[in-house]
Write a protein that binds this ligand. Sequence first.
Ligand SMILES: Nc1ncnc2c1ncn2[C@@H]1O[C@H](COP(=O)(O)OP(=O)(O)OP(=O)(O)O)[C@@H](O)[C@H]1O
Ligand SMILES: [Mg+2]
Length: 350
Amino acid sequence: MKKVGILVGREVTFPESIINSINEKGNGEVVAEMVKVGGIRLDEEKKYDVIIDRISHEVPFYRATLKRMALEGTYIINNPFWWSADDKFFNFSLAAKIGVAIPKTVLLPQQDYIPDITSESLRNLEFPLDWEGIVEYVGFPAFLKPFDGGGWKNVSKIHSLEELWYKYNQSGKLCMTLQEGIEFDQFVRCYCVGQEKVLIMPYDPSKPYLSGMQYVNVDDYLSPELHARIEKDVKTICKALGYDLNTVEFAIKDGVPYAIDFMNPAPDAEIASVGEYNHNWIVNALTNFIFEKLEKGCSTPEYRWSALLSPPAQIAKKKTAKTTETTKPKTAKTKKTIKEKSQAKNAGAK
Ligand SMILES: Nc1ncnc2c1ncn2[C@@H]1O[C@H](COP(=O)(O)OP(=O)(O)OP(=O)(O)O)[C@@H](O)[C@H]1O
Ligand SMILES: [Mg+2]
């Protein structure tokens, strides 16, 4: 029997639906349940084949637990090591390099620091910052937003240098980015599962957050060309970042889809917020992805310690098996080629 665990925050309908969906399809051979953890022992045994992580970005204990579980071979959606390392500014820069349209963005030094960091500790920092140069590059309107955040927290639309300073002075220890504001004609959020399956959802950010009114139902919202480009961009981004579950947001202006937010590895999937159609889509897509992983075997990401954990004898054995496999067909092929050659020669002689 294979086991799938889910680690959740306050959400209700998504965990219920994904557990039911996996249990129905699993027919007793694959069982899904809520994860229960307390003190984690150093030599903790493997309990789950797959875990869907929805909350470790807010609970460091869960993040550390998941890394420990990965060491036993549990496949985690999404990879807790990469998620810990990732940030939105890196993502913007990477996506721009691989051909996705990204608004002009600048990473800003923090406004405040922990007490032990004094001006002597910050001698590498330019002071004062070239604010004029920064806003000249980014332009107005702009968005001041954390380099690692969610839930529209600490996101401000900025129209002037004075407004920028005012909001920046309130940002405290958060590391912020300043991004060109796209005065969009259209806006979409896209689910992506397994770096392959994409659902493009028309979205109206002017409606209240999590109100259920943001996800709008419009037939043929995008032209076929724009639809194809966005689908391609979503896959490119999710493949590059290695997320199995993610949401990518695009502000579309003059036919260009600008990706403005794509570090959402625990995307909202509650019925009340995303609607029944989108909810069902993500539940089905994730269920199918997990079964595919379980059937084909979850190849865990290659970690630096993988080789150290495999006993040397096993590695040597694997290598010998590989060498024999590769030499055999070669010999057979060489013999056949010689035989074929001599047959061809004889045929020609006749
Ligand atoms: N560059 C931009 N151009 C236009 N609008 C933007 C831009 N950046 C952010 N916004 C607006 O602000 C909203 C919140 O910004 P963003 O998505 O970056 O924050 P978030 O906290 O990650 O949100 P979420 O939790 O929805 O993913 C966006 O949905 C969009 O409406
Ligand atoms: Mg967003």
